[in-house]
Design a protein around this ligand. Structure first.
Ligand code: GLA
Length: 703
């Protein structure tokens, strides 16, 4: 049946309800009727209807209480322009709802129908060589194409109109993993020129900010401004390139806003989110998330560094949480099987590890976990990307792990409700610096994200929770703030960091900080530029050294190999903590410590390959900050904590294939069994223990 069928249509509220995104944080468990959000990504459109009832029964038995649906089903919903069909989705919802399973609906814009491309070929994105991508994959659209935006409005309005009062629909996921591709077509160029005009007002200001005097790239009309498309030698002005990254991020944000505004107007009581990509750098998530009610992201631990050794996606979890001021979030795609498109991309993980990864999400602040996907597809590109079930729908070992986790999370919901991660330390991530390092990678072997990990992992090894802060975040609650390679800064951020230190904070900076202004232009001050006074050092010489040719001596007497860069530090007011061990600058300062106001500033001039270097360094800085560190955890074991009024909830996660023992600071109760655990807690292989402090004066929080 076609045509606009608004079964659930009620009067549209007169007032636009845009406030929710900025008002009181959404309590996800309350929003889901008191249940921890436990879900699967489900594609009923790809299976015989006769299968749906069996699926819903199996889901219910595994504790699943919601599904994400329809994010790629545009052509099913709008088979011809302006003619809509939601019958199939209504029927699927009916089956699911009858089993107590609600839905978050995807707006299907990540996969526009073939007919739309036939009618409007220019909606496809153009690559940097000026060639449009052909139809056949997904996410192939240009955000600046008015026909695409009109088509977006039409489908989002129709779907919202149809489902806004559906009792089984609780919210919306906008699009799917917004970000690439960047579009280099003429309309995008005009949009960029307008963006520049709004930002700089005059061409004079733009030419000055970008330093277009170089190579005579001065612009005399807005229409002359190019995109960072393919050029001879692939050379572009880094200032233009950074503004283009900001423009791209803003355009993505504006596109999300276009959809969010429709959904909020038509369905103000349903919540809006988007499935993000953890450490993906293409979008400034802090800005984007001003427009969602809660953060959701897609978590595939197997793609993370040392996933079997350590806490894999921990940093990505914390970045996602930090991108909306540490409000609890959800995982919209939690790895439910082996990943792979045309090839399987690794060895199978133990079923227990899928459960541990789900708990890791919870431990880092997720109040919802949704597995990608319910069942492996029989069709298309992702035939090798495993769901929880395989194509034969047999309740396999992964299903059993999911069902066990579902049962346990049901039991733990009351305890978890209202609890949060509270961290004494924050890691400052600068989207501008990340982009600038992508534009000019500095030296072979340098990776901004590895710098983040160097410090982050050290704190996590010491059992310390870390928040990820952005330049706009409030730093005041943190005892320590680590700002690795703060390459691009503006005066506002410099002032904020300086006030933070003077008020008693400890700041750790590392090499290449203070090098560029907000326009990606190199400072003419002695390095570390705007941070020279705060760090109490001057840098008149540096060595981009690679291949572990250098070493750092200290803290203490130890020698630590380095892998990249040496800032040769000349203390002005700082004290030397470590020196270089080799070459013409042997004995010169490599790490310094400077007392400023009530706080401390550390400057780390090089990067070491040794985790012990970072362990030592943070131990020293933590001592100055009166921050107690826990004993180092066994490798492959993570300790993460959530807390609420007087109650601590500990998650001790064992990612290894052998039992591990962790010595804890006090006696805890097992939140699932209610039994007291010994001080030395034993965690079986690929397993997790959830521990809690007893309720004051009473029995354990959960029996
Ligand atoms: C992403 C997408 C999903 C799916 C998976 C697996 O996370 O959001 O639609 O494609 O990757 O490839």
């Amino acid at each position: 049946m076609c045509g606009i069928v608004s079964v659930y249509m009620l009067a549209v509220p007169a007032v636009r309800t845009q406030e929710r995104a900025s008002a009181k944080p959404l309590d996800l468990i309350e929003w889901n009727g008191g249940k921890f959000l436990y879900g699967v990504d489900y594609y009923p459109e790809a299976w015989e209807e006769g299968q749906w009832e069996k699926d819903a029964t199996l889901m219910q038995e595994a504790g699943i209480n919601f599904v994400r649906l329809a994010e790629f089903a545009w052509v099913k919903m709008e088979p011809q322009q302006g003619r809509f069909n939601f019958d199939w989705l209504d029927r699927a919802l009916q089956v699911l709802n009858a089993h107590g399973i609600k839905a978050i609906l995807g707006t299907p814009t990540a996969s526009p129908p073939a007919w739309l491309y036939e009618k409007y070929p220019d909606i496809a994105a153009m690559d940097p060589n000026g060639i449009r991508y052909r139809y056949g994959s997904r996410r192939n659209y240009c955000l600046h194409n008015p026909d695409f935006v009109a088509a977006t409005r039409r489908i989002v309005t129709a779907i919202a109109e149809h489902y806004r009062d559906h009792p089984g629909v609780i919210g919306w996921q906008i699009d799917n993993e917004l970000g690439d591709p960047k579009c280099f077509d003429p309309l995008s160029r005009v949009a960029f020129q307008k963006w520049c005009q709004r930002k700089y007002q005059t061409l004079d200001a733009l030419n000055k900010a970008w330093g277009t005097v170089f190579w005579g790239h001065t612009y005399q009309a807005w229409s002359e401004i190019p995109l960072p498309w393919n050029t001879l030698e692939n050379a572009h002005n880094p200032s233009l390139a950074l503004d283009f990254d900001r423009f791209q991020s803003d355009s993505t944000h504006a596109y999300l806003d276009t959809q969010a505004a429709i959904l909020r107007t038509m369905a103000p009581h349903q919540a809006v989110t988007h499935n993000e990509m953890g450490l993906y750098a293409g979008v400034d998530y802090y800005n984007l998330n001003r427009s969602v009610d809660f953060v959701a992201w897609d978590n595939y631990p197997m793609f993370e560094k040392d996933y079997a050794q350590y806490n894999g996606p921990g940093l990505a979890h914390d970045l996602m949480r930090g991108s909306k001021n540490n409000q609890n979030y959800m995982v919209m795609e939690q790895q439910g099987g082996l990943p792979g498109w045309s090839t399987f991309s690794g060895r199978q993980a133990s079923p227990g590890l899928y459960r541990v990864w789900a708990y890791q999400s919870v431990a880092h602040g997720a109040d919802g976990v949704c597995y990608f996907r319910w069942r492996t597809s029989r069709y298309g590109t992702e035939q090798y990307w495993q769901g929880v079930l395989d194509q034969d729908s047999f309740p396999n070992s992964r299903y059993k792990a999911v069902a066990q986790t579902g049962k346990e999370l049901g039991q733990l919901t009351e305890l978890l409700h209202g609890s949060k991660v509270v961290s004494p330390v924050a890691l400052l991530v600068s989207p501008d610096s990340r982009w600038a390092f992508e534009i000019q990678p500095l030296v072979e072997g340098f990776h901004y994200d590895r710098q983040l990990h160097d410090f982050y992992d050290a704190f996590r090894r010491a059992g310390v929770s870390v928040d990820v802060a952005f330049p706009e975040s409030d730093f005041s609650a943190y005892r320590m703030l680590v700002a690795p390679a703060l390459f691009v800064t503006d005066q506002t951020l410099v002032d904020k960091l300086s006030a933070y230190v003077k008020n008693g904070g400890t700041l750790i900076l590392s090499f290449r900080s203070g090098v560029k202004d907000e326009h990606n232009v190199v400072t003419n001050r002695t390095l570390p530029g705007a941070f020279a006074e705060l760090a109490g050092v001057a840098i008149h010489d540096f060595d981009p050294q690679i291949n572990e040719e250098q070493e750092v001596v200290g803290p203490g007497e130890s020698h630590f190999p380095t892998c990249v860069w040496s800032d040769i530090l000349e203390p002005t007011t700082a004290k030397i903590v470590a020196t270089y061990g080799k070459g013409y600058y042997a004995g010169k300062a490599a790490v310094t410590e400077n007392g400023v106001g009530k706080g401390w500033v550390y400057y780390v001039g090089s990067e070491s390959t040794s985790p012990f270097f970072y362990d030592r360094l943070i131990a020293r800085a933590a001592q100055k900050s009166s921050l107690p560190l826990n004993a180092t955890l066994p490798q492959g074991v993570e300790l993460a904590v959530r807390q609420k009024a007087g109650v601590k909830i500990l998650f001790v996660l064992n990612y290894t294939d052998r039992a591990q023992t962790v010595a804890l600071d006090q006696v805890y109760h097992n939140a699932l069994t209610g039994r007291q655990e010994p001080l030395e807690v034993k965690i079986p292989a690929f397993d997790v223990k959830v521990l809690t402090t007893p309720s004051p004066g009473g029995p354990p929080a959960v029996r």
